[in-house]
Design a protein around this ligand. Structure first.
Ligand code: TYD
Length: 212
C-alpha cells in the first residue's frame, strides 16, 4: 500500500489464462464497494505507451530482436507509470494492471533466450517498483493455447507460441511466484469465469470485502 492508500495490483499469466476477464471483474467488484479503480494494461495504458504497443505487437514476428523489445516494453512502462499509474496511486486509487514487469521477465527474459539479467537491470534503472500484489492466473497450457488461438487477431506477434513454449512459460511464472513470494498470489484458472472469480476474492481479503 502506498502512503496515500493507493494499491497497485497486477494480473499475470500465459496467453489465454483468462486474466483480462478477471481483471475486469475485479475492477467492477471494487467499484461496487465504492473504491476508485483504474483498470489499465500493458503494453499501453497511456497515450505514448499505446503508440509503442502498436509498434511492438503488430507486424512480422522478426521485426524486433528480444533486446530491442526489452527497451520498447520498458519505455512504454516508464510512460505508463509516469502518466497513469503513479498519479492514480497518489490520489488513493486502486490500480489494476493487466500485465506489468513480470511479463517482460517471462516473455523477453525467458521465452526468447536467457535475458532475465538484462530485464532486471533495466527495470531497476528505469522503473524501480513492483506491484503491491500480483495475481497469477495459473492455467493448463494446452487449454490456454486453444483459447488464445481462437481469438487471434491483428496483434498476433506473441500469440503464435507453441505448446512447449507455453509450458515453459507456465513453469517460469510459477518459479517467479516463489521468487517474489511476498507479493504473488497464485489462482487456479481452471473453470468458468465465475468459478475463477470466486477463488480470486478470498485471495484479496484486504480489499475485496470477502473473508479469507
Ligand atoms: P495482449 O493482446 O494484451 O495479450 P494478453 O491478453 O495475453 O495480455 O498482448 C500482449 C502481448 O504482449 C502478450 O502476448 C504478452 C506480450 N508482452 C511481452 O512480450 N512483454 C511485456 O513486457 C508485456 C507487457 C507483454
Amino acid at each position: 500500500m502506498s502512503e496515500t492508500g493507493g494499491l497497485f495490483l497486477s494480473f499475470e499469466g500465459i496467453d489465454g489464462s483468462g486474466k483480462s476477464t478477471q481483471a475486469r471483474r475485479l475492477a467492477e467488484h471494487l467499484r461496487g464497494l465504492g473504491r476508485e479503480v483504474v483498470l489499465t494494461r500493458e503494453p499501453g495504458g497511456s497515450a505514448g505507451a499505446e503508440e509503442i504497443r502498436a509498434l511492438v505487437l503488430n507486424g512480422d514476428p522478426d521485426r524486433w530482436s528480444a533486446e530491442t523489445e526489452i527497451l520498447l516494453f520498458t519505455a512504454a512502462r516508464r510512460d505508463h507509470l509516469e502518466r497513469t499509474i503513479q498519479p492514480a496511486l497518489d490520489r488513493g486509487a486502486v490500480v489494476i494492471c493487466d500485465r506489468f514487469a513480470d511479463s517482460t521477465r517471462m516473455y523477453q527474459g525467458l521465452s526468447r533466450g536467457d535475458l532475465r539479467a538484462q530485464v532486471d537491470k533495466l527495470h531497476a534503472l528505469m522503473i524501480g517498483r513492483e506491484p503491491d500484489i500480483t495475481l497469477l492466473i495459473d492455467m493448463d497450457p494446452a487449454e490456454g493455447l486453444s483459447r488464445a488461438l481462437s481469438r487471434t487477431g491483428a496483434e498476433e506477434r506473441f500469440e503464435t507460441f507453441g505448446l512447449e513454449l507455453q509450458q515453459a512459460m507456465r513453469r517460469g511464472y510459477l518459479d517467479l511466484s516463489r521468487e517474489y513470494a511476498d507479493r504473488f498470489r497464485v489462482i487456479d484458472g481452471a473453470g468458468s469465469p465465475d468459478v475463477v472469480f470466486a477463488r480470486l476474492l478470498p485471495a484479496l481479503p484486504e480489499i475485496s470485502g470477502a473473508r479469507a
